[in-house]
Design a protein around this ligand. Structure first.
Ligand code: PBG
Length: 329
């Protein structure tokens, strides 16, 4: 590189001079086909219920969920991840509503399937916390601890009912050891060899899940630190990754997204399966809250977070802004 007197010989700013120039040299581009919309559907409501900690996101009725699915498809979104919210009196210690063929999630899967068929990838949260009265992702033993292997049996049943309802992809989010393998077996043994498993591979015990509790009407007793990962750890994620792949994960996910971009980058460079990242409720809430106060430019902040997640290595991004962003792209 030459220099002329005190002036720089290399001028990176040349490639930033016009919008057309910047667009041409952009290394990362977002596309609607990599966005997945997480959506909540609540049993027994006549109107959608706003989630106060997630302005713009609602608990859908069965009817508005169908509409949201159609809108997502029309915007070119890749898929929809469904979360069921049962009526309060249907929550119990075992999370029975999660395995009821007529439970809200199963009904919602059938609704969305009837509406959009295979034109959206239909995914479902495979976890018990939406259905348990104690709010944990599994069943408890006599001392109140989350019982790993008893929970796996419940997950196997959930996999079957969700697959029977027509889901394309199940997303086990409970962080029980062995969950991917047990779910894969359950699917294969019930004739659902074609249903994929999106493994929540690196799922951290995060403060940013806060608004999700309101979204699924869950009041958690205690915390999830005995099953979700410690935010301090990296190698633990790589271990979880090896296990999930060995157990048959078709795709892997890192969650939350923004505070864990280093994990996402490491996972993305070490696998040969698609990698997803979940921009979670608290990440959404932070941007919306700051924007509502006039502290940041909402639209730019949304695009910047999504671009950062993609740049770090995500092939797919779950984001509550999926439909809105897809329309802009
Ligand atoms: C567990 C589950 C959670 C989320 C997705 N699946 C909550 C948790 O692990 O505590 C969080 C999603 C979000 O915060 O947007 N069923």
């Amino acid at each position: 590189m030459s220099t002329y007197g005190t002036f720089p010989g290399a001028r990176p700013r040349r490639l930033r001079t016009t919008p057309a120039m910047r667009r041409m040299v952009a290394e990362t581009r977002l596309h609607p086909a990599e966005l997945i919309l997480p959506a909540f559907v609540r049993e027994g409501i006549g109107e959608p219920v706003p989630i106060s900690a997630m302005p713009g996101v609602v608990q859908h009725t069965r009817d508005t969920l169908r509409k949201a699915a159609v809108e997502a498809r029309e915007a070119g979104v890749a898929g929809i991840m469904l979360f069921g919210v049962p009526e309060d009196d249907k929550k119990d210690a075992a999370g029975t509503a999660g395995t009821d063929p007529d439970g809200i999630l199963q009904v919602a899967i059938r609704d969305v399937k009837a509406e959009v068929g295979d034109e959206l990838v239909i995914m479902s949260d495979l976890c018990l916390d939406e259905y348990t009265d104690h709010g944990h992702c599994g069943v408890l033993d006599s001392e109140g601890r989350v019982d790993n292997d008893a929970t796996l049996e419940r997950y196997a049943e959930m996999a079957q009912v969700q697959a029977d309802a027509g889901v394309h992809v199940v997303g086990p989010s409970g962080m029980m050891d062995g969950q991917v393998g047990v779910i894969r077996d359950a699917l294969d043994q019930t004739g659902h060899e074609d249903v994929s498993v999106l493994a929540y591979t690196a799922k951290y015990a995060s403060a940013f899940y806060g608004p999700f509790r309101e979204a699924v009407g869950s009041s958690l007793q205690g915390d999830r630190k005995t099953y979700q990962q410690d935010p301090a750890n990296v190698r633990e994620s790589l271990r979880e990754l090896s296990l999930d792949l060995a157990e048959g994960a078709d795709m892997v996910m890192v969650k939350p997204a923004l505070p864990y971009l280093d994990i996402l980058a490491k996972v993305a460079e070490s696998v040969d399966v698609p990698v997803a990242a979940y921009q979670i409720s608290g990440e959404y809430a932070m941007v919306e809250a700051a924007a509502a106060n006039g502290w940041i430019d909402r639209d730019r902040a949304i695009m910047e977070t999504l671009t950062g997640i993609k740049r770090a290595g995500a092939n797919m991004i779950l984001t509550y802004w999926a439909t809105e962003v897809a329309r802009q792209l």
